[in-house]
Each structure stands twice: as C-alpha cells, then as structure tokens.
Write a protein that binds this ligand. Structure first.
Ligand code: 8OZ
Length: 363
C-alpha cells in the first residue's frame, strides 16, 4: 500500500531514495547568538534516512529573528556551527536543505539588535504571539521596510544561500509561508505599500520572485526550493483573493524551474474533501516541477496522493520528531513513538535526540 513512498525521485540535481521527507521543524535549541549546537548533529544525523531533510527555519539576518534560540546562517561562525550537522547527515547517507527565513513582523524588539523595531512590508501589527526570554509575548509593532532595505534584503538572501552551501547543505528552501516576511509582502491584508513592492499581484509577488532570481544567479535553480502556504492560516496574514495571487506566484515559479515547490496544504492537517483542498488542487495544476505536500499526512494518505499524481513527496513534521527512523517504520508498518509536546520547543537532548529507533542501526 505504501510502496510508492519508496520509489526514488529526481529532485534538482539529487536522486533521493524515498518520498518520506522531514519537514522544517522549529526546535529552539540553538545558542542565543544563532549558532546551532553540537546536539543538532546527533538530531539531524539520526534522521538521515529521510528522502530529504528540510532544516528548521534559519535566519538570514539579525533582523530576521522572531523567537528565542533559533539558528542563523549569515555569519561564518554560524556556518561553522552547522557543519557537524550537515556532515552527520551525509555520513549517514542523507541529504539536507537549509530552510532560510526572515520572520518580518512576527518578532519582538527584545530579540533584535539594540531593541530594534521589527520590519515588514507595512507598519501593520500582527495579532500574533511569539516566544521570548520571559515566555509568550505579543509581537512588537513593526515599521515598513524602505525601498533600499528591500534591495539589501535580496542581497542578504543571496549571501545566506552561499553560506548554506559553505556549511555543507545540499541546497536551500526559501520560507515564503506561514505569515513570515515574504508572505507579509505577498498578502494584501498586510502589504499596504505604494511602491513597486505593493498594490497589484505582480508588485506583491515581486520580492519573493526577485529573491528566487538573485539566488538562481548565486547557486543555480537546482539547489533552490520554496515553501508556500496559500491558505494563509498562520500568523495573521490574509489576502482578498488568495487564488489569484498564488496562481500568479505558482506560474512565475514554474517558469524558473527551481528544484521544488513545497506547499503547506493545511496548517492543522489536510481534509481532501474540503473547499480549501479544492483550491490547493486548482493551484497544483499550475506547477509542473517537483511538488512536496505537507499538512498532517500519514503514510497511507501520502502513498495515495503520490499514486494519484497529486504530489511527488510528503514532508512529515511531528512524526519525525518522535521517530528518527520514520521511513523504515512506514516501510515495515511498525508502530510510531508518540512525541512529547512539552519538549517540542526549547530544552536539551530530552525529547530531541533520545527517541528510540524501532530497528537496530543508527542511534
Ligand atoms: C512553530 C513555532 C515557531 C516557528 C513556521 C517556522 O510555522 C515556523 C514555526 C513553527 O513556519
């Protein structure tokens, strides 16, 4: 039943051995200066049997940080800190892309250099919370990025893409989903700009597409994927016509022939019979490259949607937290470990690197 999960797949310049991908998972276990910790090497190395690992969201700049203890990749020290993790994945036969993010307005001044105000497309505060030293807090009031700052941001993405390859990642995924900065530019509930980055759909899509184009020049289209969430379910983004917006974005990305499109098809899970999924399917028809689906799939749902031609691979989140050997468990139909929610975000090795394997092997 689940055998289609174990067909190899060509993805960019890689051949991946299975379609059980590890979704990007924020774990808040980096040093406060954005260096990944040593134990990240154990964690990612344990999960190397994934067809592809998408790393936890990783900041491209100091202003891109929105939560405590998330990793970054802009400085050389941060590159050095990632090397043991990418090396461990490769030593165990795996592949890993670095998910590059900038949170935009989903941040708090206490996390930013000199207590700076977060930046966004426009000065519109999100009705959202983040996690800072003292616990959950409302996000801070943002200011609109200047036109010059948008130009600098594009360069910061290109720099981060290079740094990611230097750190040993096989490629990068642009995080343009879940209400973070690039979504704040695309969706008109947030973007109220009157320059070339605001207004029409073409203008609102300009920044993410400019980043893709700049990164293609830097590292080549084969090493670039992108993550989108057209349903706009997270972090208080909204759009007056999401289907029109994302139809354009999918078509524009399609023409650029990047390695893959990764779609959050449901933030709290996916209902294949829903109106939401009907839109996801209509959008899907605009994209001809490799597609990665995400959103509470289990092994049978994933195999069915691969067989139907809806998706090439599925990114699994929660199951990969608690099951380092998830592909093998799916292959055997073995029982899954339950994850402990209390250790999802922050903490030490407990709930991070201590979940048991079903089989003998990597530990
Ligand atoms: C959970 C907690 C913090 C961040 C996302 C990067 O939603 C995240 C995230 C998820 O894409």
């Amino acid at each position: 039943m689940t055998s289609s999960l174990f067909e190899p797949l060509k993805l960019g310049n890689l051949i991946v051995p299975n379609r059980v991908f590890m979704a990007p998972l924020t774990r808040n276990r980096a040093h406060s200066d954005g260096r990944a910790k040593e134990m990240a090497a154990t964690y990612y190395g344990q999960r190397a049997s994934a067809g592809l690992i998408l790393s936890e969201a990783t900041q491209i700049s100091e202003m891109g940080k929105g939560y405590i203890d998330t990793p970054a990749i802009q400085t050389d020290a941060q590159v050095e800190a990632w090397k043991p993790a990418t090396a461990a994945v490769h030593a165990n036969g795996g592949r890993i892309f670095c998910q590059l993010w900038h949170v935009g307005r989903i941040s708090h001044s206490s996390l930013l250099p000199d207590g700076a105000q977060p930046v966004s497309s426009s000065a519109v505060r999100a009705d959202a919370k983040t996690f800072i030293e003292s616990g959950f807090a409302d996000v801070s009031e943002p200011r609109a990025m200047t036109h010059d700052e948008v130009g600098q941001l594009i360069e910061q993405y290109a720099h981060a893409a290079n740094q990611a390859l230097r750190a040993g990642f096989d490629g990068v995924e642009i995080h343009a989903a879940n209400g973070y900065l690039l979504d704040q530019f695309m969706q008109d509930g947030v973007n109220k700009r009157d320059d070339e980055y605001g207004g029409s759909i073409e203008n609102r899509a300009r920044l993410p597409l400019a980043i893709v184009d700049r990164m293609i020049k830097e590292i080549g289209s084969d090493r670039i994927g992108i993550r989108l969430s057209p349903l706009g379910e997270a972090n208080a983004v909204s759009d007056s016509d999401p289907e029109a917006l994302f139809t354009y974005v999918y078509q524009q990305l399609d023409a650029r022939e990047i390695a893959y499109l990764h779609v959050v098809e449901g933030f709290q899970g996916v209902d294949f019979e829903s109106e939401n999924f009907a839109m996801i399917k209509r959008l899907r028809a605009r994209w001809h490259g490799c597609y990665i689906a995400n959103g509470g799939y289990d092994a049978d749902m994933a195999a069915a949607k691969i067989d139907e031609g809806h998706t090439h691979a599925v990114a699994f989140g929660k199951p990969f937290i608690a099951n380092p050997d998830l592909p093998e468990r799916y292959r055997q139909g073995a029982a899954l470990n339950e994850g402990n929610r209390e250790t999802y975000y922050g903490g030490d090795a407990k709930g991070y690197t201590d979940y048991p394997f079903a089989t003998l092997g990597r530990g």
